[in-house]
Write a protein that binds this ligand. Structure first.
Ligand code: 1GP
Length: 232
């Protein structure tokens, strides 16, 4: 089987269709040398704003994936699709919404270009945690159980450790990485410059930078080189 495109991604930017980004900033992001742009957000994501952002990103050759949190905003034409299953969220966000989306759109899904992400949301103050009712106060044993469920029991191809908005606990990220046997480790949260990017890249297969694009563009751009210094 051909490896999935995300398997060699070390760095990705995540862009939110509900946030404004100038053409200059978008060009800087898409030509930064990042491995991919992921489109996704926790609120206000619609078919129209997703489609518009996709067509702007398509001016550049960078691979572009959609993290589809709702069936209605699943726009065709992306290079790849990620479907998050929130492993520490309410049942609605683990399987129910996905089942409903499959019932409605299952026949249209390009399965060769689609993968599930086992999501673990660890910043209790984030919009993602609030929306999904995620249980974020987890001890080491609880985290290990989730990691084993994702990686071994469910054999999910991706485990996404999501600290959206704050920089996470890197020791914990290291322990998670050591437990993984098959899943790729995605990390996102609070990376706003090269030092944090390097620290996350020591453990994560793929480091994802979101908010900094909107708040501190130059620092965000500097994370690309920082992550790529640290090749496995
Ligand atoms: C959000 O994991 C991404 O889904 C990135 O997090 O916005 O904090 O960089 P930040």
């Amino acid at each position: 089987m051909k490896p999935a495109i995300y398997e060699n991604w070390r760095h990705a930017f995540k862009l939110d269709p509900d946030k404004e980004l100038s053409d200059e900033a978008l060009e800087a992001v898409c030509t930064s040398g990042t491995d991919a742009v992921i489109v996704g957000g926790s609120s206000g994501v619609t078919y129209d704003n997703t489609n518009e952002l996709l067509s702007r990103i398509r001016r550049y050759p960078v691979p572009c994936a959609l993290e589809a949190s709702s069936g209605e905003a699943a726009v065709p034409g992306f290079d790849y699709y990620f479907i998050p299953l929130v492993l520490n969220g309410e049942a609605e966000w683990l399987v129910r919404r996905q089942l409903e989306a499959l019932r409605l759109y299952g026949v249209f899904i390009p399965w060769e270009q689609t993968a599930a992400e086992g999501y673990v949301i660890l910043n209790g103050a984030s919009e993602a945690a609030r929306r999904t009712g995620a249980e974020t106060e987890l001890d080491a044993e609880q985290i290990e159980a989730i990691v084993r469920m994702a990686d071994r029991l469910m054999r999910l191809p991706i485990l996404y450790i999501e600290y959206s908005g704050v920089f996470g606990d890197m020791e914990r990220l290291g322990r998670i990485r050591e437990l993984l046997t098959g899943a790729r480790l995605f990390y996102g949260g609070g990376i706003d410059g090269p030092e944090k990017a390097r620290a996350a890249a020591a453990w994560a297969h793929t480091v994802i930078v979101g908010n900094a694009v909107y708040d501190k563009l130059n620092e965000a751009l500097s994370t690309v080189a920082a992550v790529k210094e640290n090749i496995d």
